[in-house]
Write a protein that binds this ligand. Structure first.
Ligand code: NAD
Length: 300
């Protein structure tokens, strides 16, 4: 496994991280035993970054991940969760809820300290509140030893500048903006580098669009994007996920790419593609890029 420095944190993170939202059943039913095997095999393979949130499966992801990580030496992995989002439409970035949220997450995850805490999907809250209330609360909790590094996450790239122009962050978590059909993250990389902030890129498979299975019913992409991805899957089959992961994980400016997984089979497949030095199917890769070209940076 290759490791990269995460901004100025001093932490070194594996080039792929384990996204645990699928452990909450967000992408469909899970088999908990299979999930736990995947987490154990991930640690064995050197994946040292795990990401979850109380929102994923309405606390289920944290509970399953906590059970999976139990007994694994705490210094062999870095664990991140989030505050502020507790349901599809439920947001609370207040001091009181943040303090309670961290205590609840620590309990569910069965650890004494969190390595990363992100304010979750801040575009749905008030940037003022995040900067003036949530951040100071997280710093207080950091000083009390409950967490180590602080960040924000969300979809529109403008939010990172909106926060970083006003306060310091250790890390940011962006998603679906560095994939085979969306490279818009590249535009803000120089700004983020100037700020020295650690960059975590999530959803290299565009939350299931760049796989050979149907995306979840809640997927926000417009029909044109879903149709193009389905066409790409018709050409590439199971290789589509591998191509997509390889593409995202290769950019050294991105410290780690979080891929959501819920089975040992997926983990093994993803590790295999990560290790391949180049695409094993270059012809298919070219065809896939052509199919996705019309939806480049279209987003949602
Ligand atoms: P993703 O792009 O990683 O795709 C996950 C989906 O792909 C799941 O259905 C998974 O089962 C499937 N998959 C994984 N490997 C596969 C393979 N080899 N073949 C076929 N299917 C495969 O999307 P994601 O899970 O949303 O993103 C990764 C992680 O990043 C999340 O789990 C979460 O931890 C984090 N994240 C955070 C935010 C945020 O903070 N706002 C947003 C999105 C993601």
């Amino acid at each position: 496994m290759e490791y990269r420095k995460l901004g100025k944190t001093g932490a070194e993170v594996s080039t792929i991280g384990f996204g645990a939202s699928p452990l909450g059943g967000v992408f469909g039913e899970i088999d908990e035993v299979d999930c736990i095997e995947a987490v154990h095999a991930a640690v064995d393979a050197g994946i040292n970054l795990f990401d979850t949130s109380p929102f994923y499966g309405l606390t289920k992801s944290e509970s399953v991940l906590g059970r999976a990580l139990k007994g694994i030496p705490r210094d062999s992995y870095l664990l991140g969760t989030k505050v502020g989002r507790y349901g599809a439409e439920e947001f609370d970035f207040s001091k009181e809820r943040t303090i309670r949220s961290i205590d609840e997450s620590l309990q569910r995850l069965q650890v004494e300290t969190l390595d990363f805490v992100y304010c979750h999907d801040i575009e749905y809250g008030s940037i003022d509140q995040v900067v003036e209330e949530t951040m100071p609360t997280l710093r207080m909790l950091r000083d009390a030893g409950k967490l180590r590094f602080i960040g924000v996450s969300g979809y529109p790239l403008r939010i990172f500048r909106e926060v970083l122009d006003r306060t310091e962050l250790d890390t940011i978590l962006t998603y679906c903006h560095y994939t085979l059909f969306d490279t818009s993250l590249l535009e803000i990389l120089p700004y983020l580098a100037k700020k020295g902030v650690g960059i975590i890129n999530a959803s290299p498979l565009a939350m299931g669009l760049l796989t050979n299975t149907s995306p979840p019913p809640w997927h926000p992409a417009p029909k044109i994007v879903k149709d193009a991805c389905r066409k790409a899957a018709e050409i590439a089959g199971d290789d589509l996920a591998g191509l997509a992961l390889q593409y995202a994980a290769r950019n050294p400016a991105i410290s780690s790419t979080l891929v959501g997984m819920s089975s040992l089979e997926q983990l093994k497949y993803n590790l295999l593609w990560l290790k391949a030095t180049q695409s094993v199917t270059p012809n298919i890769n070219t065809q896939v890029i052509e199919i996705l070209e019309p939806i480049l940076n279209m987003g949602w």
